[in-house]
Design a protein around this ligand. Structure first.
Ligand code: NAP
Length: 288
């Protein structure tokens, strides 16, 4: 649906949306509508196509129509910061917003990607991150949220390994007051892998349709550690498949997607999110 086609609705219905360009592929509507049904909330979560030049107008229209919550996806996560009234502290540090809460016309921007990821990693692998050595592959938008959330867990070290070394070094320098964070070139990652407890792929390598690719050679990953990948299409990437064969505990990106949505829903409704129902709805939609 186009944002310009929006019209008013009865006041007692909870209005939620995700905005992006493109937006048709988004699994957020199916996940959040399943959550609303499970919670018995009258409302609707819709996908809205919003182009870059219309972003400001679309946000004010949604505010005017009483939308309680908005998820923000590619390419608007950075630009949308200009259109909210307040930024939550972590969204300001990360420099991106994926969730907006509308409190009677006052908009607050949050970032639930990093905290959603960490909640999923801890829930699914039962790991405690305190004192751990972690390598993050990639230094893009998703890596920012993840490194920020990981740093709150007091790990021993975070090594950011990226194709463009400067981006990894810059990100590490920006946040080195939060802990021992280093940036390196991804092609120098092999020697750093020994001694890592967790490796997290935040690059887009391995994503559908290039499913046979991997950001690093899985043979270089120490056996038995935790290997995580943000990608959820496919659910098990080449990196995860090969790491599993090496006796590693693997963790895919579906949990991050579900948990970033769960945090958003909790901000909007004040109710605990029905995480299992949300996961089931996304899984079903991915299988269709
Ligand atoms: P992004 O900002 O465009 O960053 C992409 C990262 O991948 C950069 O570090 C980039 O390195 C690296 N990269 C891309 N192509 C590469 C290649 N051929 N060789 C080596 N490195 C390469 O993207 P993003 O928003 O961070 O998203 C990254 C991935 O996370 C995507 O697959 C996305 O689907 C996934 N994601 C998942 C969730 C979830 O809920 N599960 C949420 C957000 C994102 P350079 O800096 O050198 O370009």
């Amino acid at each position: 649906m186009l944002w310009s086609e929006l019209s008013s609705q009865p006041n007692n219905s909870l209005r939620l949306a995700v905005i992006g360009d493109p937006i048709a592929h988004s699994k957020s509507p199916v996940m959040h509508n399943a959550a609303l049904a499970a919670l018995g909330i009258v409302g609707e979560y819709i996908p809205l196509h919003v182009s870059r030049q219309d972003l400001g107008q679309a946000i004010s229209r949604m505010k005017e129509l009483g939308f309680r919550g908005i998820n923000v996806t590619i390419p608007h996560k950075v630009d949308v910061m200009a259109y909210v009234d307040r930024l939550d502290e972590s969204a300001a540090m990360i420099g991106a917003v994926n969730t907006i809460v509308n409190e009677n016309g006052y908009l607050t921007g949050y970032n639930t990607d990093g905290i959603g990821y960490v909640r999923s990693l801890k829930d699914e692998t039962h790991v405690s991150l305190r004192g751990k050595s972690i390598m993050v592959l990639g230094a893009g938008g998703a890596a920012r949220g993840i490194v920020h959330a990981l740093a709150q867990e007091e790990p021993k070290t975070i090594v950011i390994a990226n194709r463009t070394e400067d981006k990894a070094v810059q990100l590490a320098e920006e946040w080195n007051s939060m802990g021992n964070i280093y940036g390196i070139a991804i092609d120098k990652s092999t020697s750093f892998l020994t001694g890592m407890d967790i490796v997290i792929n935040t690059t887009s390598i391995g994503m559908h349709p290039h499913m046979d690719q991997s950001a690093i050679d899985p043979e270089c990953i120490p056996t038995g550690i935790i290997v995580s990948d943000l990608i959820y299409n496919p659910l098990t990437t080449e990196l995860l498949k090969r790491s599993h064969e090496r006796g590693c505990t693997i963790h895919g990106g579906l949990g991050m997607f579900v948990n970033q949505g769960a945090y958003a829903l909790e901000y909007w409704t004040g109710m605990p999110a029905p995480i299992d129902k949300m996961r089931q709805a996304v899984l079903q939609s991915l299988q269709n």
